[in-house]
Design a protein around this ligand. Structure first.
Ligand SMILES: [Zn+2]
Length: 268
């Protein structure tokens, strides 16, 4: 996003051949809420690309620490406002961890605090996209069936969606390389949360083996997932029309462009 959220983001997207964009509206590793620049917001709002916002990595609605919970709520409220201003379709949030408290207490807290936030939003607000994690620690949601209690705690609110990260799912034990591995994972997802809830894919290969619970992304086709599962993903009916976002390694345009080129080839 160097050079401005809109200017920099769209320039980079064009450079790497992106057809969708995910942005951070604040420092992803902090709580500070960045101010907006209306002319930069307008560029994204008026662009043809579907845009998504990724909330801060620090957000955790399952935290037993009241300060973390309050900051999480205010951070996601801010991300939601910013997302609406840039015309984003959704805000991606990590499903979080219970840390030291029982899972039931974390889920009750999500019901009490996150549901009112969803209910305060207008009907046409960007979606809140829950992203299951790789499964380290007391993660509330790693495998796709664990989205069930989360959706229940949020009463299947219409603004709820899912962002499926392939590296996280693989690390959590979904063997996407197995025969029917991709189809089984997607079928389980649809069975758990219903149709049309899958709104975004984070397409990342994995540096680690299936079930490792490690969240280390790799470039597409260069890791333990390999290319074939991405082709299967692209061909599955539950994924029709769902944008793919890469969060792969690389500090220059070259590896990201290569990842996008591979995905474009695989979609046929
Ligand atoms: Zn991700």
């Amino acid at each position: 996003m160097a050079g401005g959220l809109g200017t920099g983001g769209l320039k980079y997207a064009a450079e790497i051949g992106a057809e969708a964009l995910q942005v951070f509206v604040s420092n992803p590793r902090g709580w500070a809420q960045s101010a907006s620049k209306p002319e930069e917001d307008a560029l994204l709002r008026e662009s043809e690309l579907p845009v998504y916002v990724h909330a801060s990595y620090l957000v955790n609605f399952g935290s037993p620490n009241p300060e973390t919970l309050e900051k999480s709520i205010s951070s996601v409220e801010h991300a939601m406002e910013r997302a609406a201003a840039i015309g984003a379709l959704g805000v991606v949030v990590h499903t979080g961890s219970a840390v030291t408290q029982p899972v039931e207490a974390a889920m009750a807290q999500i019901h009490e605090r996150l549901l009112p936030l969803l209910e305060s939003l207008p009907e046409d607000a960007p979606g809140l996209l829950l992203e299951p994690m790789a499964g380290q620690g007391a993660m509330l949601c790693a495998t796709v069936d664990q989205l069930g209690p989360y959706f229940e705690a949020l009463e299947h609110h219409p603004l709820l969606g899912v962002c499926l990260d392939t590296c996280h799912a693989f690390a959590a034990g979904h063997d996407l390389t197995a025969e029917k591995g991709v189809a089984d994972t997607l079928d389980a997802l649809v069975e758990t949360v219903g149709e049309d809830r899958l709104k975004l894919i984070h397409a990342n290969d994995s540096k680690d083996v299936c079930g490792s619970r490690k969240d280390r992304h790799e470039n597409i086709g260069k890791g333990h997932i390999g290319e074939r599962p991405f082709a299967e993903l692209l061909g599955h009916p539950a994924v029709a029309g769902v944008p793919f976002i890469i969060e792969t390694p690389g500090r220059s345009a070259e590896p990201h462009k290569a990842d996008i080129d591979v995905l474009k080839l695989l979609r046929g």
